[in-house]
Design a protein around this ligand. Sequence first.
Ligand code: ARG
Length: 465
Amino acid sequence: MANLWSGRFEKEMDDIVKEFNASIGFDSRMYDEDIDGSIAHVTMLGEQGIIDPEEVKKIIAGLEKIREKIKRGEIVFSADDEDIHMGIEARLTAEIGDAGKKLHTARSRNDQCQVDGRMYLKKEIDEIIDRLCYLEEVILDKAEHYAEDLAIGFTHVQHAQPVTIGFIFMAYFQMFRRDIERLKDTRYRMDLCPLGSCALAGTTFPIDRQKTAEILGFRGPTENAMDSVSDRDYSIEFISDSAISMMHISRWAEEFVWWNSQEFGFIDIDDSYCTGSSIMPQKKNPDMAELLRGKVGRVYGDLMQLLTVMKGTPLAYNKDFQEDKESLFDAVDTWKTSITIFANMLKNTRFRTERIEEQFSEGFLNATDVAEHFAKQGIPFREAHEIVGKMVKKCESRGCGLEDLTDEELKDVDARINRKLLGDISMKACVEARGSFGGTAPTEVRRQIRVGRDFLKAMKDDKER
Ligand code: ARG
């Protein structure tokens, strides 16, 4: 097939060059967007009197026909097509004849691939936000279910303070909420239409870029043609968003792997989210959690790839930019699947509250509470901290908990303290007393859940509007 620039060329491309040059192998996933963009463009060209209305009709009908054929798998693209834009344009001309040759008036593939990319990504962002909202809903339901159940709060993977399981869930809720909000910001910034920027400098035709932007559902047109064809910030931003969110998934997945170990024994992941071993009959491995933890590596790679592609590229379009797609698609696919797998694994995980409670006796989880009780009785906190440190030392040599020390032993540590001053330092009491805003007390966790539900409701209302 002679290519679209055959006028200037005497020789065909070498076969290996053709393959190397082509993006059709991956950009064909944007065929719907490409056709929508073309229909908007040609509609505008008709309204502006640049193309005859009859030809506009023919072109639109031809494009719709091609859309159907692609959907039915009747069109097989090859490296001869080079990319989805040329692939569809060539099919159009074959389908409707000369009118098809007018479609590419006042546009270039440089702006065309960008309008496709932005439309594609906006659609995927909406889908990803939906999935993140589903994950958040699962988290809220679990947080509610486990709002009162005690858990161990760690710092440095050392027992730190008692918390509730619901509280831990709500910590992750905040991370994914920020991910959603980040995506919304990214979507807003990219919601400008580059179509009509043409190769780099605009056009001499009297086009109406506001019109095409409006037809395609953008907030408006991009401001500067040269920037429009050279900008890949929106993809980089999106992949950054996915890298951050995958990092969140990976952190919790890591906790799942640990919590599922014999050493912790905190959780029981449903069989349907685990695998066995080909040799060790007893095994039930948390493979999904491990895979999720591993998947983040791909997305970090995608981000570095595109940042590196863009680095040092001069204005305006460079072919390097064609390398923007595979990493973007990979980040989209990886993130989307990971969210759903993760949400469902979470849904199908039971917390073994009895096993968790068995481990409360280790690590003096209530030490801070004792110090706070002393401080409330007038002992300055620094001194109280020191006193409790000494109590811990005593307990360690005796092999008991803080609540087991006798009045005698306490007096031995500091004349001012006794068992009464210790107060109620059961795990339940310690947790219930941490009612400061954002704290772990069940009343607070329930407030956080309410705020979370309001957020999801606002997201839903926003979508319906
Ligand atoms: N397939 C190309 C890409 O994705 C489309 C733009 C080609 N433009 C050009 N001047 N060669 O970047």
